[in-house]
Design a protein around this ligand. Structure first.
Ligand code: FIX
Ligand code: ZN
Length: 426
């Protein structure tokens, strides 16, 4: 399209169609800024795909346990195909009620988009498709359907299985690393034991001069080993006092993590709200969510003006506080709508609030995918909501007397997915 055409004022009646075209996954190709994915090069235990993985994703599994359909102990004693069959039969073939939740909806949308029957009575056809299609083809197809060109993973080097791959594995160039620091920041005694066994001379006090310099040496060593680290990240339970250097987490952040990230001009991604292992026998489906006092985060951000922060609260009631915070500090941006926020009604309301309060000063979405196919329904859903909300907002601008153009719409869309908007990381 020529520049003059894309600068042409749009009539009110054309705005929605133009927004929809520009939001389309073939047109707007984005980076997925937080996932738990690794490419097939990492092998089938670290890189998940397939109908059984999709059906046992924890958003879906949680429904089986919460509905009392099977005990977590019995379920985990089965092989993955039996788990897939049971889930398909219980929640899709013969469900107690239709699956309106995003977990179940995601399974059927992924199947539909891959050409599989979301109303099949068994998984036979789906299994045949996967038996005949290699992991790389599935990955390419999912990325294309989702409109995703690069993927940021979650690299926890304290996890022994993952670390072995990071030490020796071959990386897919489309994958970037998030240096995940929950274990170091939240479980220092456990992390310190590992650090010592790897030759770092930390002691029991994370704030001692030796510990600080050795933690920084560890961070720097692994920043060099991981593939293209784009930020450091940590989730925080609701009661965390991240700003308080008298606490372990506060001390590690203040003395080691934040200075290290500032030096490398890398943002720190904060994820306040998870209550880990609320139902321990449910595995990763058993994590809960709590509302946070945002004051500690506000103080941390204020205390470290040289650091850039991303923040994504898990409790939906904290979305508003986070948006307000991003109006006051230029070193923080809200990101995405993750996990217990990822319900279309909530996403739509949060997106409207963010646009109205901050303009485009947030990173619109990340999928948090764990299984390759999760990319498809999650991005598909987000694009639907984005097209609807953005069309309304542009119509509103039009009614307010502003000229609306295709070029303006594409400019806003690229801003919404551009993470490098901090002056301190340039
Ligand atoms: O902490 C996280 O990065 C969370 O996304 C995960 O812990 C969680 O299990 C998840 O996959 C949510 O979508
Ligand atoms: Zn995540």
């Amino acid at each position: 399209m020529s520049v003059s055409q894309s600068d042409k004022p749009l009539a009110a009646a054309d705005i929605a169609a133009v927004v929809e075209e520009e939001v389309n996954p073939q047109q707007l190709i984005v980076d997925d800024w937080h996932t738990h994915l690794l490419s097939p090069l990492a092998g089938p235990t670290l890189s998940l795909h397939g109908v059984d993985r999709l059906l046992t994703y924890h958003y879906v599994r949680r429904k089986l346990f919460a509905g009392g359909h099977v005990s977590p102990q019995e379920f985990s004693s089965w092989d993955i195909e039996k788990q897939g069959d049971f889930t398909w039969q219980t929640l899709f073939v013969d469900p107690p009620s239709d699956g309106f939740d995003e977990g179940c909806h995601g399974v059927t949308v992924a199947m539909r988009e891959l050409g599989l029957d979301p109303n099949a009575s068994t998984l036979k056809e789906a299994r045949e498709f996967y038996a005949d299609t290699d992991a790389e083809t599935i990955q390419q197809r999912c990325m294309q359907l989702a409109g995703v060109k690069r993927i940021v993973g979650t690299q926890d080097v304290f996890n022994d299985d993952e670390r072995a791959y990071y030490e020796n594995g071959e990386w897919d160039e489309r994958y970037y690393s998030a240096f995940r620091l929950d274990e170091l920041v939240l479980h220092y005694p456990r992390a310190a034991a590992k650090l010592k066994s790897w030759g770092y001379k930390v002691d029991d006090d994370p704030a001692s001069a030796d510990s600080i310099s050795e933690i920084r040496r560890f961070l720097s060593d692994w920043q060099g080993k991981l593939h293209n680290v784009v930020y450091g990240a940590c989730s925080f339970p609701p009661t965390c006092r991240v700003h308080d250097t008298q606490t372990q987490e506060g001390a590690i952040l203040h003395h080691a993590v934040l200075p290290f990230l500032a030096e490398l001009k890398l943002p720190f991604f904060m994820m306040p709200g998870p209550i880990r292992q609320l139902s321990p026998s449910w595995g990763d489906a058993g994590d809960g969510c709590g509302m946070c006092d945002m004051n500690p985060y506000q103080q941390l951000i204020q205390q470290h003006p040289q650091n850039a922060f991303f923040i994504t609260p898990l409790h939906n009631a904290n979305q508003y506080d986070v948006s307000v915070m991003t109006c006051h500090f230029d070193n923080v941006m809200a990101v995405g709508h993750w996990w217990f926020n990822f319900h279309p009604g909530l996403v739509e309301a949060d997106l409207r609030m963010r646009l109205e309060m901050t303009g485009a000063r947030f990173i619109a979405f990340n999928s948090d995918a764990r299984v390759m196919e999760n990319l498809v329904p999650k991005w598909n859903r987000y694009r639907e909501i984005l097209a609807k909300v953005l069309a309304d907002k542009y119509l509103d601008l039009h009614h307010g007397g502003r000229v609306v153009t295709r070029a303006g719409i594409t400019r806003t869309l690229s801003a919404l997915f551009e993470p490098n908007r901090f002056s301190m990381t340039r």
